[in-house]
Ligand binder design. Structure first.
Ligand code: UD1
Ligand code: CA
Length: 465
């Protein structure tokens, strides 16, 4: 059975009032469309994404997800042209679905991000099924009409419904599984003689239901809630946050204030992690057992081993942190940082493409860019790797057990040998051999009584003026 998914993503999303296509708006850091793609089973034949508005941006996003291995199955796209309704979107897919040899299609909306993989798996395993939800205020959703035995009898859009039909609280979630030959036939007979002058997919679904049994499954409303406005986006984000945080709490993670902690869908947390308030973790992240993540810290696309302490107000991106390392408070670890086990990076330290070997320390006020820092080396306060000459970036290589005195500038490219000692306040422009002492200070002078003499002169000057 060649089940093929179709994801509708061509709409303009007018109510978002945005230059970004609606399906690319994020929920906990991941675009809505990526959430939808992630629910698809891996054994699916293919997924066809219907695009039009913001097509270039959607295609670029798909390309980057493909490169990162985030697509569960082969994905192709179809440009719908000017969108004339959900039925028109499916009509535009006819050649592609035929080419893919689809026998059954599963249709999802790119702006409905929180359907669970389990629900989508049931949909993919069904012959003919529609997902519905029961709402207190059914509003603008299409109404689901059922036969006494529960099978689908019809679908009517709110704008076309009679008063009696509008009172129906069971609404169409816009997710379907249908046999392709029957749906294909129904699509070719669609007309747009309705309130919105659109080609409704719902009319085609109702036509299929006249020829064969289409079941109706009622889901939790959160699973089928769509993102049509910024208010919807905030509500979806709150639902996702509750769901994800509850999951990790059940897995043994402590949240000091779950209501203001944002953990993205691609983050994994081991047990006995403690997360302080106002923490945001997003992208692909993993944290090992016993980590502590301090208040106000943001971590994206990083791997953090066990027993790491990230103190408050750190920003960590595309970094790997080894076991037992201590980071922050107020540290910034940028792309390509690698901290080996037991490294300490303290307050107001910025790193970029810096590899700190086991036990190295940079505890205060430093910039370490394009640098290799050997095992056990100590980087003093105010040390700066001058890695950029205005045109090119250069590397700084520092050996093991080196001591770099405070306020040293290391003008790259430069290499410091194992066991070297660099005096505070030095500007190092040449390589330093192993075990050497390097100093580049102007010799100090102290004039006896000099300060008193200056103050006396200053007082005199004030009296004259
Ligand atoms: C549709 C259903 C409605 C259901 C609701 C659930 C129809 C006619 N109505 O309503 O019964 O309750 O979804 O959310 O299907 N899209 C395209 N091309 C188009 C039009 C839409 O790709 O020409 C995409 C949109 O980008 C969106 C999805 O299809 O992702 C749904 O479209 P939208 O206009 O939001 O659906 P509704 O009219 O609200
Ligand atoms: Ca519409």
């Amino acid at each position: 059975m060649a089940t093929t998914a179709v994801i509708l993503a061509a709409g303009l999303g007018t109510r978002m009032k945005s230059r970004l296509p609606k399906v690319l708006h994020p929920i906990l850091g991941d675009p809505s469309l990526l959430w939808v793609l992630r629910t698809l089973p891996r054994d699916l034949n293919a997924a066809v994404i219907v695009v039009h508005h913001g097509r270039e941006q959607v295609l670029a996003a798909l390309e980057s997800w493909r490169a990162q291995g985030l697509l569960p199955c082969p994905v192709t796209t179809v440009d719908q042209g000017e969108p004339l309704g959900t039925g028109h979107a499916l009509q535009a897919c006819i050649p592609e679905l035929d080419r893919l040899g689809a026998t059954r299609v599963v249709i999802l909306c790119g702006d409905v991000p929180l359907t669970t993989p389990a629900t989508v798996a049931r949909l993919c395993a069904s012959e003919a099924l529609l997902l519905a939800m029961d709402l207190e205020e059914p509003g603008a959703y299409g109404r689901v009409l059922q036969h006494p035995d529960g099978r689908l009898a019809g679908l009517v859009e709110a704008k076309d419904a009679t008063t009696e039909q509008r009172a129906v609280r069971r609404v169409n979630g816009g997710a379907y599984a249908l046999p392709w030959p029957a749906l294909r036939t129904a699509l070719q007979e669609l007309r747009n003689d309705n309130a919105q002058r659109e080609y409704y997919l719902t009319d085609a679904v109702a036509a299929v239901a006249r020829g064969q049994r289409v079941a109706v499954e009622v889901c939790a409303p959160e699973e089928l809630a769509g993102m049509n406005s910024r208010m919807d986006q905030a509500a979806l984000q709150a639902s996702a946050q509750r769901r994800i945080n509850a999951h990790w709490m059940a897995e043994g993670v402590t949240f000091l204030h779950p209501g203001d902690t944002l953990v993205g869908p691609r983050v994994t947390l081991a047990q006995d992690i403690v997360i302080d308030p106002c923490v945001r973790l997003e992208g692909a992240c993993s944290f090992g057992e016993g980590c502590r993540i301090g208040q106000g810290t943001v971590v994206a696309d990083s791997d953090v081993a066990e027993a790491v302490e990230i103190r408050p107000y750190c920003v960590v991106e595309r970094t790997r942190v080894g076991a037992g390392a201590k980071v922050g408070p107020f540290a910034r670890l940028r792309e390509g940082t690698l901290l080996e086990p037991g490294v300490h990076v303290g307050n107001f330290v910025e790193t970029k493409k810096a590899h700190l070997h086991r036990g190295a320390k940079a505890n205060h006020l430093a910039y370490l860019g394009d640098a290799e820092i050997g095992e056990g080396t100590n980087v003093g306060a105010g040390v700066i790797t001058c890695n950029y000459d205005g045109v090119n970036k250069h590397r700084t290589l520092i050996g093991r057990n080196v001591f770099i005195g405070s306020d040293t500038q290391l003008v790259a490219p430069v290499e410091i040998g194992d066991g070297a000692l660099i005096g505070a306040g030095s500007t190092i422009t040449k390589d330093v051999p192993p075990d050497a002492l390097a100093l580049s200070r102007v010799p100090q002078t102290s004039r006896e009584g000099g300060a008193a003499a200056i103050r006396a002169r200053q007082k005199q000057a004030t009296r004259v003026s």
